[in-house]
Design a protein around this ligand. Structure first.
Ligand SMILES: CC(=O)N[C@H]1[C@@H](OP(=O)(O)OP(=O)(O)OC[C@H]2O[C@@H](n3ccc(=O)[nH]c3=O)[C@H](O)[C@@H]2O)O[C@H](CO)[C@@H](O)[C@@H]1O
Ligand SMILES: C=C(OP(=O)(O)O)C(=O)O
Length: 437
């Protein structure tokens, strides 16, 4: 049984005040899994404790004997995985993508791992064959069972060479964590380095793994059979930071956004500038207000999302929103996930006739001063759901967003943060048989 979560949003409330960006979902959920290979206690600070995706992973870890203490006030997790042991669970219904990262800890502590099949947003082809390849290259046997994937390596992983045929974030993360459990040298070729992967590498080094990154895509890992504990800070979320900047601009509010990871979002910020936004900033904060619009309005633009250091696909829907409020026609392309446009079917309800989309390509017909109309809409994927929430916040009247749990997978304390800005939304939950993913 899952919860069906609906947001009721009265649009037009103008945000004023401060909002602090939380620890990054795409770093925190990886660090939580990586903590399981440590032989000591791991404390993760700046951890987004209310993130739905993180809580699915915590639930799985606890059901497999790990101890996780959550400190919601200080945003920290303490993880003790001494007693971690692979168990057969009643249900493997975990609608999150990175279940594969739970394998290295379980293999190290019990020689066996039974993990849910990878879920996550339905945004196009999301294979997992390269994860199986990583474990096979490191000497494990794999059985794909109806409900779960079983990985067997009774004496742990063995050092090896991993050569990725394509750029894969998840594959690189899996290889890094798995290799760190081995007291020998593993090489990773054609690895993908993103800011969140750099954060993961820093964490693995902090527990004793020796990791050398040569150039942009070659990594040498010398793990240890005994890995120590660590106290580690999760990096701030670059996608959340962009989300608040876009909402601040479109709402006409005055918002100070704290803890913006500028160094990991240089190109996304250049594109905001090209759309006519010139915000105030210091080394960690951004302030957005109506004066940031250089010509008093947003300029139309053209951009393509793909891989880091450019605009990653996860940021694409927020540029679509900007385009809808720019003065003219904008074009947004998604080269990474051309199918990631389903949310446009919901967004157009707020912006009738103002958006066209076909595989990998979105055209927006913006006009200065336009206000979207209120409506009922569904959540399709995490970022698409958040884009629809923002449309509702800007709309005239009251809107309902169904299955808003999708957005809460990636936005920590969303309701509280909005309230802090003076914007009230209602989130209602009811038990349902309906599936999240
Ligand atoms: C390189 C890239 O842009 N990665 C994005 C991808 O990460 P995510 O970690 O989901 O995907 P990967 O980077 O691992 O893989 C990229 C793609 O490679 C293919 N693949 C991957 C693993 C595998 O075993 N088999 C396989 O075929 C899939 O088509 C997958 O979609 O989606 C996330 C959610 O939107 C984004 O945050 C990441 O920026
Ligand atoms: C699609 C995303 O997440 P996941 O890979 O967890 O589905 C996202 O973070 O935008």
């Amino acid at each position: 049984m899952r919860k069906n979560v609906t947001a009721k949003i009265t649009g037009g409330q103008i945000p004023h005040g401060r909002v602090k960006v939380s620890g990054a979902k795409n770093a925190a959920t990886r660090l939580l899994a990586a903590a399981l290979i440590s032989d000591g206690q791991v404390k993760l600070e700046n951890f987004p404790t209310e993130l739905v995706d993180a809580n699915y992973k915590i639930d799985f870890i606890r059901k497999n004997g790990g101890e996780v203490k959550i400190d919601k006030i200080n945003e920290a997790l303490t993880i003790d995985s001494d007693k971690l042991v692979s168990s057969i669970l009643d249900s493997y219904n975990y609608p999150i993508r990175t279940t594969y990262l739970l394998v290295p800890g379980l293999i190290k502590k019990s020689g066996n791992a039974k993990i849910p099949y990878p879920g996550g947003c339905k945004i196009g082809n999301r294979g997992y064959d390269l994860h199986l390849m990583v474990w096979e290259k490191l000497g494990a046997q794999i059985i794909e069972r109806p409900d779960y994937i079983e990985v067997i390596a009774p004496s742990g992983f063995k050092a090896g060479e991993i050569n990725f045929p394509i750029s894969t974030i998840g594959g690189t993360e899996n290889a890094l964590i798995s290799a760190s459990t081995i007291a020998g040298e593993t090489t990773i070729k054609n690895a993908y380095i993103s800011p969140e992967i750099e954060c993961l590498i820093d964490f693995l080094r902090s527990i004793g793994s020796k990791i050398e990154v040569v150039g942009n895509s070659f990594i040498r890992v010398i793990g240890q059979s005994e890995l120590k504990g660590s106290i580690f800070q999760v990096m701030p979320d670059r996608i959340e930071a962009l989300t608040w900047i876009v909402y601040g601009i479109l709402s006409g509010g005055d918002v100070l956004i704290e803890d913006v990871p500028f160094s990991s979002m240089e190109i996304p910020l250049i594109h905001l500038k090209e759309a006519g936004i010139d915000f105030y900033r210091n080394s960690t904060n951004v302030r957005v207000s109506p004066e940031c619009l250089v010509n008093g309005t947003l300029q139309p633009f053209e951009l393509a999302s793909g891989t880091h250091p450019g605009i990653i696909s996860d940021m694409q829907p927020f540029y679509t929103l900007l385009g809808l409020h720019a003065d003219g026609i904008s074009r947004i392309f998604d080269y990474r996930y051309p199918e990631r446009l389903k949310y446009c079917e919901e967004l157009i309800k707020f912006y009738p006739e103002k958006i066209n989309w076909e595989k990998g390509s979105i055209t927006t017909f913006g006009s200065k001063g336009f206000r979207p109309s209120s409506c009922s809409a569904y959540s399709t994927d995490l970022r698409g759901s958040m884009a629809v929430v923002i449309a509702a916040l800007l709309a005239e009247g009251t809107s309902e967003i169904y299955n808003v749990e999708m957005a809460l997978r990636g936005y920590n304390k969303l309701k509280d943060k909005l309230e802090h800005l003076g914007v009230k939304i209602l989130i209602e939950e009811e038990e349902t048989e309906w599936q999240v993913s």
